[in-house]
Design a protein around this ligand. Structure first.
Ligand code: FAD
Length: 475
């Protein structure tokens, strides 16, 4: 194995949204970062419907807001569902949650080839050394610590590279995740299979909902219907394991048969034709996607994005969880690299926050798959799993927009201001005057994070590190 002797601060395997985000967040702190991606971009990927938390929160932090704005992606104001005991379609807007109200109350439907390329190019501009067509094969371990990786370069040569931290962002098919120990735990509940293709000329909902994702329940499961441009639509059937027979055999025929079984989607596609050439020409199948790895890290290595976990396509949480995990992991890397705190404490913080967000989506989704309830009951479930008391659809939209964590950066400016005031107010009520002054001195006006537990860490003022909580150390 040839190695040039360079030791990177961070080496990221995989250049999807999770990999390019974690790499950029580390490079933006001045660390030396290498990213190795197996494919040559642009490459196809599924996961086209995004959330406001990603578009305004993470993408804002990454500095790609304007670029995204001018990329021509379809604006997604919310979702439209034919779901539950209500026989009529119902819609929600992201604006219904105060967490996204105002100028951040929309997301995008994206062609992932373009979106992922934009994020990877941004990582390069932020100083990440990106090498495509480099497949990472395994990790270099020494003395109980991961110290780099072995990979195959574009000429087929075996190479090794050393780094203080390795991040696995190689997604659903990751072969590296096993090196952190533990294992992927597959869900007993979510065992769905997806069959999906692309159509030209499908119907659009009337304005202002024309950019919404539409989800329609039907006997074997449900359909997604995602407008990717004025004329191109991503259409996928998500079917239960017991109906796996319906996705066997010729895929195009199977998809047509499923569409015929779902009157609303059949109607939307009545004047459309399936794309049969190019990137969107294939009918694809995906399964085995609902899992969570039971270990997030080992000394010198962490998992992010689909490598660590994914739940289900319903409510489009994938890219949100992938990029949010990238932000959480980047804070851990940045803090450990600076030597402020040990990696154990830093990665434990990442894991705790990720698990909380994952659990909220997971528990909500389990209840949402019970189609015998109506919207009001689903909204009640969202209040329960998030402990958010917002009335009406508020808690539900706060969750499915990606705001359950209450992370200031993922939510709207007005919500952030309100929350800051609430937190200061709380500190006034609960703590001694001296402690309040200490809090304010430490955070100034930036009191916008509370630790998850008594010994939990809080977000630093620059948003890119963890630090000890004044609350826990002062009490
Ligand atoms: P990926 O996007 O998979 O990126 C991983 C990268 O690693 C790839 O570029 C790959 O080429 C590279 N790689 C792999 N192996 C190696 C290696 N050995 N060395 C180097 N590089 C490697 N999410 C949403 O947000 N909205 C949706 O509407 C949505 N719909 C979905 C529908 C279905 C049917 C499924 C299965 C998922 C859906 N998702 C959706 C989830 C979404 O696809 C993923 O959560 C998201 O792509 C995860 O991003 P990532 O960066 O972790 O992984």
């Amino acid at each position: 194995h040839s190695t040039d002797g360079t030791v990177y601060d961070v080496m990221v395997a995989g250049g999807g949204p999770a990999g390019s985000s974690v790499a950029a967040f580390a490079a933006m702190q001045g660390h030396r970062v290498l990213l190795l991606e197996k494919e040559e971009f642009p490459r196809y990927q599924i996961g086209e419907s995004l959330l406001p938390s990603t578009v305004h929160g993470i993408c804002g932090l990454l500095g790609v807001t304007e670029e995204l704005e001018s990329a021509g992606f379809v604006r997604k104001r919310g979702g439209t569902f034919r779901w539950g005991s209500n026989t009529e379609p119902w819609s929600f807007d992201f604006a219904l949650s105060e967490k996204f109200a105002g100028p951040t109350s929309y997301a995008y439907q994206v062609e992932r080839a373009k979106f992922d390329q934009l994020l990877l190019d941004n990582a390069r501009r932020k100083g990440v050394e990106v090498r495509e067509r480099c497949a990472v094969r395994d990790v270099l371990e020494d003395d109980g610590r991961v110290r780099g990786v072995r990979y195959t370069d574009p000429d087929g040569a075996e190479r090794a590279v050393h780094a203080r931290f390795v991040v696995d962002a190689t997604g659903n098919q990751s072969r590296l995740q096993r090196y952190v120990g533990g294992q992927r735990r597959y869900s007993d509940f979510f065992q769905n299979i997806a069959l999906f293709g692309y159509f030209e000329g499908g119907r659009r909902l009337p304005s202002p909902n024309s950019g919404n994702i539409t989800c329609v329940a039907f006997p074997s499961g449900w359909f997604w219907y995602i407008p990717l441009s004025d004329t191109l639509t991503s259409v996928g059937a998500v079917v239960r394991k017991e109906c796996a027979d319906q996705v066997r055999g010729d895929r195009a025929e199977a998809l047509s048969a499923l569409i015929a079984d779902c009157p609303l989607i059949a109607d939307y596609l009545s004047g459309a034709r399936r794309v049969t050439s190019g990137r969107y020409g294939e009918v694809r199948v995906r399964k085995d996607w609902s899992y969570l790895h039971d270990t997030f890290w080992q000394p010198g290595m962490a998992l992010v994005g689909d490598s660590v976990g994914f739940i289900d396509p319903l409510f489009s949480s994938g890219v949100h969880m992938a990029t949010y995990s990238a932000l959480l992991a980047a804070r851990s890397l940045n803090t450990a690299l600076r030597g402020d705190l040990g990696e154990r404490e830093c990665f434990a913080e990442y894991e705790a926050r990720y698990r909380k967000e994952y659990q909220a989506f997971h528990d909500f989704l389990v209840n949402f798959y019970d189609v015998n309830r109506d919207e009001q009951q689903y909204f009640e479930v969202a209040r329960h799993v998030t402990r958010d008391t917002a009335a009406g659809a508020g808690a539900f939209v706060g969750l499915v927009g990606g705001g359950a964590s209450d992370e200031a950066v993922l939510t709207s400016e007005s919500y952030r201001d309100k929350r800051k005031k609430d937190l200061l107010e709380q500190s006034r009520g609960v703590h001694q005057e001296g402690h309040r002054i200490q809090l304010q001195a430490a955070f100034g006006e930036a009191v916008d994070d509370t630790p998850l537990s008594a010994d939990g860490l809080v977000i630093s003022q620059d948003g890119m590190h963890w630090e000890k909580s004044v609350t826990s150390s002062a009490l």
